[in-house]
Structures are given as structure tokens and as C-alpha cells.
Design a protein around this ligand. Structure first.
Ligand code: PLP
Length: 409
């Protein structure tokens, strides 16, 4: 049996447990083929299975060739890549970082790994990404410049960086975010884990700010089983990332270390999967966009359902196809629709609890995060595997159409 999505979302209500059997139409599963077998077999045949070997470098190059720019440092997962990126960028203990609240929890946890503090920023209501207006407003009204830095009035801590998270395959509106960062001399660290193949005004996300990261977890658009990458346009930063990820080993032969490092490098075996997967990325993006078109057409005009949109300045991969369910108009809320889909053997999933509501980061500051709370209440991601069959998708659409209260499902 194929696995369901690999990233579990701790803290979410476990409504899906109500279903009686595994879903016949999963939310989003990896699609692997002959090439993956071929490259993995090559690793086994040559005995290069661990964190040295030709596929690691090949994968880094292939990703940067796809993006058309930059340097990559492959990591064992996206969270490790985020931790490393924060270290390389120089985010320090007690620094504050403005971060999206509507995100998978990994980037916020990574901030705490380096001793920095999150300040949660809301999503905007059109595309559900970090709201640049609220970011600017926070910097202008809640912060003060002194001693060569920008300080948060209420905490007294120095604000060092902005960490936008591109969610669901759509980019954040980066120009105003970068502009605000430049004005106050802040770093921009992009979490592009959900954004491989995603572009903002023609530029690949992850290479727009100072440093960025990708994830190749099993539920992402392409996968290495587990994996991630630090992205940067600076060769010295990429080298520093690789150094920190290999226990900060200073000499190719002798075991000497001037710094504390980490065991974060991707293995050759995983990188082999990645090289095979990225060859198919364009096809996968095209498949996701076809799925999005069919949902948009099939669900257009359903009262109370708002389909996912693409900004005029964006190229979305529609990595995880998501709709908003307005309980008053549709007749049941997002969790009610989830239960109805589950009964029909179709897997769906709410978005993440906004992190400012999470017990894990209790007490951290949140700036006017009301939109994220509404999106959390209303959003539901629908089945959208790259190999989702049109007739299966039609059944999902039928189930959503039939789910409106007053009609029997
Ligand atoms: C998947 C993901 C990550 C990284 O997750 P890993 O499982 O550690 O690869 C980070 N941020 C976001 C937004 C993600 O979706």
C-alpha cells in the first residue's frame, strides 16, 4: 500500500480517524518510477550509499539548473536546511524574526533551535500568504530604530529578519517584503519548502531573499524520501552550509573541528531519488495545474466554496489544492466536508493550526493574525496527487457538490 502524506500535523484535531478504511483517493502521494530504481540501483552497485557520493552534488546542481540560478547545499530534511540557513545567515539568540503564522511548524521550531524568537505575521485573504501590508505596518508602528538596529518596542529585542513561508505552491508577494527588509536592514529568509517550481514575477522562490530552503519530504512535489536544501546566490554561504552540515570538519583527512557542527547532510541514496524526481518536475507541475483547472471548473459557482487562486504576479504549482468552505452558505463547515469525503473514501485535510495558537510557541508575540484564524477554520485541502485520475477527481467534485446541506449526499 502506498503511504498517505508523510508530514503529520501534530496538534490537529484527528477527525480523519473517524473513517473506517484507508482512503481510496489519498490526499497527495509520491509518484516514483523506473528512473528512481535505476539511480538507486547505481548507488547500491557502487557501494556509495552514505553522505558522500556523486549523486549529492549532482542533485544540488540539478536543482540549481532547474531554478536557473544559485547554489544548493543538500540536507537530510527541510527542517535541518532551515536550521542551517538561519545559522549561515547569522540569526542569533534573542534576535526576533517576523514569520508567517499560517505554516507548517518547522520554520518556527528552527527559529527556536538558534535561540531566536518568532513574531507571528498574518496571511492576506486573497492568496493566503504572508501579508506584506501588516509586515510593514508592524515595522513602522511597533518597532523603533536605535543603536544601528531595529528594536521591537514591546519586547525590547532586536528584529533581525523576515521569514516568509510560501505555502501550498503559491508565492508570497515578495517585492514589498524585500523592500521593507532593505529599509530596516533586515535579512530575508525564505521557506520555499512547498514552493519548488513556484515563481514570483518570473523568479524562482527560495532565491529571492538572502537565503532560502526547500524540502523533499514524501508529501512534497518531488521527494527524496526525506530531504531538504539550502539555497543561496552566494557561493561562500553554500560552502558554509555544507561545512556546518558535515560536523564542521576542517580537514579532509584529519578529524579536527573549530566549531560545533551538525550531521545534516543528505545521503547519496536519497540524492539519487532526487535526481530522478527532478527530471519529472515540469511534468508534475503541469499535472498539478491541470488538476487545479478541473477543480476550479467543477466547483465554480458552488455557493460557499471558494477555490484557490493564482495572483497575476505568480506562477503557482497548486502543490496542495485547497478550498475555503463557508459554513453559513455551504451548509456545513470544512470539518463537516472532511468527514463526508472520508466516508466516501476520499482523504482531505485542514490547514495547519496557525502557530500563534500552538502550545509549542505559547507566549510569542502575534500581530493581528485574524485572517489566518479564519483560513484555519475554513480551509480544506482536496486530493491532488500528480497521478490523480480525472474520473477519481470527478468523484471528489461530485461529493463536494452533493455535500451542500439540503441536498442528500
Ligand atoms: C515540509 C515543510 C518543511 C520542512 O519539512 P521537513 O519534513 O523537515 O522536510 C518546512 N516548512 C514547510 C512550510 C513545510 O511544508
Amino acid at each position: 500500500m502506498r503511504p498517505t502524506t508523510a508530514t503529520d500535523m501534530p496538534g490537529e484535531p484527528r477527525i480523519a480517524d473517524a473513517r473506517v478504511s484507508p482512503p481510496t483517493i489519498p490526499l497527495s502521494v509520491p509518484v516514483l518510477g523506473e528512473r528512481e530504481w535505476e539511480y538507486v540501483r547505481e548507488c547500491l552497485g557502487t557501494n556509495w550509499v552514505s553522505s558522500a557520493g556523486p549523486f549529492v552534488e549532482r542533485f544540488e546542481r540539478a536543482v540549481c539548473e532547474y531554478l536557473g540560478d544559485g547554489y544548493g547545499a543538500a540536507a537530510v530534511n527541510g527542517t535541518a536546511a532551515l536550521h542551517t540557513a538561519l545559522l549561515v545567515a547569522g540569526v542569533r539568540p534573542d534576535d526576533e524574526v517576523l514569520v508567517s503564522t499560517l505554516t507548517f511548524i518547522a520554520p518556527v521550531n528552527a527559529l527556536r533551535y538558534v535561540g531566536a524568537w518568532p513574531v507571528f505575521m498574518d496571511a492576506e485573504s486573497a492568496y493566503w500568504q504572508m501579508d506584506p501590508d501588516k509586515v510593514r505596518e508592524f515595522l513602522v508602528t511597533e518597532c523603533v530604530a536605535r543603536r544601528g538596529g531595529l528594536y521591537n518596542r514591546s519586547s525590547g529585542r532586536r528584529v533581525r529578519a523576515i521569514l516568509p513561508v510560501h505555502i501550498l505552491g503559491h508565492p508570497c508577494d515578495m517585492d514589498p517584503i524585500v523592500e521593507a527588509a532593505r529599509r530596516y536592514d533586515l535579512l530575508v529568509i525564505e521557506d520555499a519548502s512547498e514552493g519548488i517550481g513556484t515563481a514570483y514575477r518570473g523568479k524562482p522562490v527560495g532565491l529571492i531573499g538572502d537565503i532560502g530552503t526547500l524540502s523533499f519530504n514524501g508529501n512534497k512535489l518531488i521527494t527524496t524520501g526525506g530531504g531538504g536544501m539550502v539555497l543561496t546566490r552566494r557561493a561562500d554561504w553554500a560552502a558554509r552550509a555544507r561545512y556546518l552540515m558535515t560536523q564542521a570538519k576542517d580537514d579532509p583527512v584529519e578529524y579536527v573541528h573549530a566549531e560545533i557542527g551538525y550531521n545534516y547532510r543528505l545521503t547519496n541514496l536519497q540524492a539519487a531519488l532526487g535526481v530522478a524526481q527532478i527530471e519529472k518536475l515540469n511534468d508534475y507541475v503541469a499535472a498539478k495545474r491541470r488538476i487545479a483547472e478541473r477543480y476550479a471548473a467543477g466547483l465554480a459557482g458552488v455557493d460557499g466554496i471558494t477555490v484557490m487562486r493564482e495572483a497575476p504576479w505568480a506562477r503557482s504549482t497548486y502543490w496542495l489544492y485547497t478550498v475555503l468552505v463557508d459554513e453559513a452558505r455551504y451548509g456545513t463547515g470544512s470539518r463537516g466536508l472532511l468527514a463526508r469525503l472520508a466516508q466516501a473514501g476520499m482523504e482531505s485535510r485542514p490547514l495547519w493550526q496557525p502557530i500563534h495558537l500552538s502550545g509549542a510557541h505559547r507566549g510569542a508575540q502575534a500581530y493581528r493574525c485574524d485572517v489566518s484564524e479564519r483560513l484555519f477554520r475554513d480551509a480544506l485541502s482536496l486530493p491532488c496527487s500528480v497521478d490523480l485520475r480525472p474520473d477519481d477527481q470527478a468523484r471528489v467534485i461530485q461529493t463536494v457538490l452533493a455535500g451542500r446541506s439540503g441536498t442528500s449526499g
